[in-house]
Every structure is written in structure tokens, then in C-alpha cells.
Write a protein that binds this ligand. Structure first.
Ligand code: PMP
Length: 406
């Protein structure tokens, strides 16, 4: 059955409102997606009825909260179809997950002259932690190139792999170009080289590109807030035995086995990386958001999101002066674009004046902006609750704005 965005929108009350510029068109989903009622209500209910601290006290509410938190962890693993040898560490988001990998894996196992492979399309969250790791260990960063259409140049990546390659860390989907990378192929390249493979899943997870058993990575980091869940929450899904070999992250309660003045022993993963009181309600609401995603017909959503992307691409290609950044064959439904000499902030401000929310700037991908020879761009990023009418309206307004400036 075809996917009906109009019905789904009823679950997202925030979308149905007038903003100063008119009826809201929310095309900033890659920055953060909106939350369905089930998630909002789940978090409120949890605080109203069940909340307490977890893993500690011998009372009913603590038991309920502990069960809810651990059930949430199980659900995250189920949603991402993680095989039995994986676990999920709850984090503050993809950024924290990637920092844990760079810090606790990188600094433990990399030394002077070892190599880390990234790509030109990475978000700062998958660059800066590795730069810190390189600074502290003496490891080197090598950067795989992109092709003119914004695809990853796999041959170039292969040519960078060598005896000192210890880790390949790549975005599953680019937050600027939209490109969906062939992570299964990159996983094979990493395995052949004996390197660990880390996937930045921040932009793929919201679009059901989330089967860990197919990706076969060692680490997969994502954020709940881009998957229709709360902010300040995410997961690092990783092979348990690797996590147990890694250095610990923060120290504190819950991550320890025994503490004495003579020294401290640590628990195994996932608790090893969850010092202190976690975002308990956030984890519960994250699982609820994934349940919401799982209640949808995944393949119908993929088809629908492709339709949104195609419609927007077709429109934008017809607007004189508009250049789309990234035309890879496989994309998540987002379009970054520049409009000749018109500043991206002016375009987004004018779109906002018409009720249309887009992002503008460097999108936390300054090295990619340099590669593309631009300072920034606008980005319209869509989700399954957006409609074709919204896409048409956006394109019509953009066309008038560009004409106005011309
Ligand atoms: N990687 C990519 C590709 C992203 O788009 C983002 C968010 N813009 C992140 C990592 C970081 O996610 P968060 O800010 O939720 O930690």
C-alpha cells in the first residue's frame, strides 16, 4: 500500500502550525526531526508514573525504571538488527559515540605512524575526534576523495589502505551531499586490511538504513533526535568484545566493579561506558521513537522519501542559477544547493519569511565546503511526514526568491 504522509502528520502536531511566514514547512529534518505523539507521551508518562534512578535502589520505582531502561537497550539492538555479539551503549548522541571510539579505541590501539582513513564528506563529529586521537598518538589521518557527483571514490579509498591502516571511519550518509555510502563494501575493504570499521550513522538511521547485520561494522553511532526521538540521547552499537578491550571513557558510578584506594576495576560493556546517571527517560523515549519507525512500512517509506527527493531535485534543476551539491544515485532525501552569488543565509531568511525552515551554513563540514570551493549552502532536508505539496511550494518560493535577487 502506498504510504500516506497526510495520515502520519497527525502524529506530529508541531507540523500543523502557522509561523510568521505562513504555514510551516519543516525541511530541517537532517538537523533534527520532529517527535510523534507516542514519543512525547511516553516520556511524559514515564516521568508521571515510573521514574526513579536505575540499577541502584531496591524499591518499586527503581525496579520499573531499570527494567524500562534495559528494555530500551534491547529494543535499540532489535531495531538495528544487531547480531548477538553486539551491544548498545547509550550516549548523548552520534558525537559522543564517535568520541568514545576515537578516544577509547583509538588511543588504546593506535600508535605513531598508524593510519586512520576518513572521507572528504565527513561531519566535524567524525573528523575532530580523530584529529585529537592523531594528536595524542602520532597516528596519521588519510582522507578518501569524493567524485564529482558527490559519491565516495571507492578506488581512491582502496588506494589509501595499507599495512598501517588501523581504522576506517565513514559516514553512512552525508549530511551535505545526501550520498548513501556503500558501507558493506567499505566493511569488506576494512576487513581485508585487518582494520576496524566505524560507521557514522547519524544521517542513515532516520531513513531505515539501519541493518547492522548487513553493514557488518565494528561501531555504529547514531542520535535519537534525528530518529524522531529526544535530544541528548543516542547509541553506540558495537561489538561487545572490542568494547571490553577498550580504555574506559568517563569514570564514576555504575561503570565500576570495585573501587578502593588501591585501584578500581571496571564493568564490561555497555555499563563500562555509562558512568553516572544516564538520560533514563531519553533512552525510554528513544526506544519508543524506534518503535514508531518500526510501525511504518519501511519499504513504502523508502519509496516515498525517494519520491520527495526526486520531485525536489526535478524542481530545483529547473531554477536558473541554482546548483545542487551532490547528485549521487543513492541519496537520503536532502538537497544542499547554492544560488549563484546570493548568500545562503539570505536565501534561508527569505524562505523563512515564507514559513519554510531550511538550514544554511557550512553544516559542520568545513573541509567538505573547501573541497567544493564554497563557504556554505542551503539545505532542504525532508522526512516521511513531508508532502509533495510542500516540495512544490518550496520550489515555487525558491524560484521567486532567486528571480528577485537576479
Ligand atoms: N554525523 C553526521 C553526518 C551528522 O549529520 C551529525 C549531526 N548534524 C552528527 C554526526 C552529529 O550528531 P549529533 O549532533 O546529534 O551528535
Amino acid at each position: 500500500m502506498a504510504f500516506d504522509a497526510k495520515i502520519i502528520r497527525e502524529e506530529f502536531p508541531i507540523l500543523d502550525q502557522e509561523v510568521e511566514g505562513g504555514k510551516l514547512v519543516y525541511f530541517d529534518n537532517a538537523a533534527s526531526a520532529q517527535k510523534p505523539l507516542s514519543v512525547i507521551e511516553k516520556e511524559a508518562q514515564f516521568y508521571k508514573k515510573d521514574f526513579s534512578n536505575i540499577h541502584r535502589s531496591a524499591h518499586e520505582l527503581s525496579r520499573r525504571s531499570t527494567i524500562a531502561f534495559e528494555e530500551a537497550r534491547k529494543y535499540v539492538l532489535k531495531h538495528f538488527n544487531a547480531p548477538k555479539n553486539y551491544t548498545a551503549v547509550f550516549t548523548r548522541g552520534a558525537t559522543e559515540g564517535l568520541n568514545i571510539v576515537a578516544r577509547c579505541f583509538g588511543e588504546k590501539f593506535l600508535s605513531e605512524g598508524d593510519e586512520i582513513i576518513l572521507s572528504e564528506m565527513e561531519h566535524h563529529a567524525n573528523i575532530v575526534p580523530w584529529q585529537l586521537c592523531a594528536m595524542r598518538t602520532g597516528a596519521k589521518i588519510k582522507v578518501a576523495k569524493i567524485l564529482p557527483d558527490g559519491s565516495l571514490d571507492i578506488e581512491n579509498l582502496k588506494s589509501l589502505v595499507g599495512a598501517r591502516t588501523k581504522i576506517i571511519s565513514i559516514a553512512h550518509a552525508s549530511n551535505v551531499l545526501g550520498t548513501i555510502n556503500d558501507v558493506a563494501e567499505i566493511s569488506r575493504i576494512a576487513k581485508k586490511a585487518g582494520a576496524v570499521f566505524c560507521v557514522d550513522g547519524a544521517q542513515s538511521a532516520p531513513h531505515f538504513l539501519d541493518d547492522i547485520s548487513e553493514i557488518e561494522c565494528d561501531f555504529f553511532a547514531c542520535s535519537a533526535h534525528k530518529c524522531y526521538g529526544p535530544t541528548g540521547e543516542g547509541a553506540l552499537i558495537a561489538k561487545t568484545d572490542i568494547l571490553n578491550e577498550m580504555d574506559v571513557w568517563q569514570g564514576g558510578g555504575d561503570m565500576i566493579e570495585n573501587v578502593s584506594w588501591e585501584g578500581t576495576t571496571f564493568r564490561n560493556a555497555p555499563e563500562r561506558f555509562e558512568a553516572g546517571t544516564p538520560n533514563i527517560a531519553g533512552a525510554v523515549a528513544f526506544a519508543e521513537a524506534l518503535k514508531f519507525m518500526d510501525s511504518l512500512d519501511k519499504s513504502a517509506v523508502r519509496v516515498y522519501e525517494d519520491e520527495l527527493l526526486k520531485r525536489a531535485t526535478d524542481h530545483l534543476m529547473k531554477i536558473e542559477g541554482v546548483k545542487i551539491l551532490g547528485t549521487a544515485p543513492q541519496k537520503v532525501p536532502l538537497i544542499s544547493f547554492v544560488c549563484g552569488n546570493i548568500h545562503h543565509n539570505d536565501i534561508s531568511t527569505m524562505l523563512d519569511a515564507n514559513g519554510i525552515a531550511v538550514r544554511s551554513g557550512h553544516h559542520c563540514a568545513e573541509p567538505l565546503m573547501n573541497t567544493l570551493g564554497i563557504k556554505g549552502s542551503c539545505r532542504a532536508s525532508m522526512a516521511f511526514y513531508n508532502t509533495l505539496e510542500e516540495v512544490d511550494y518550496f520550489a515555487k518560493k525558491l524560484s521567486s526568491i532567486v528571480k528577485l535577487f537576479a
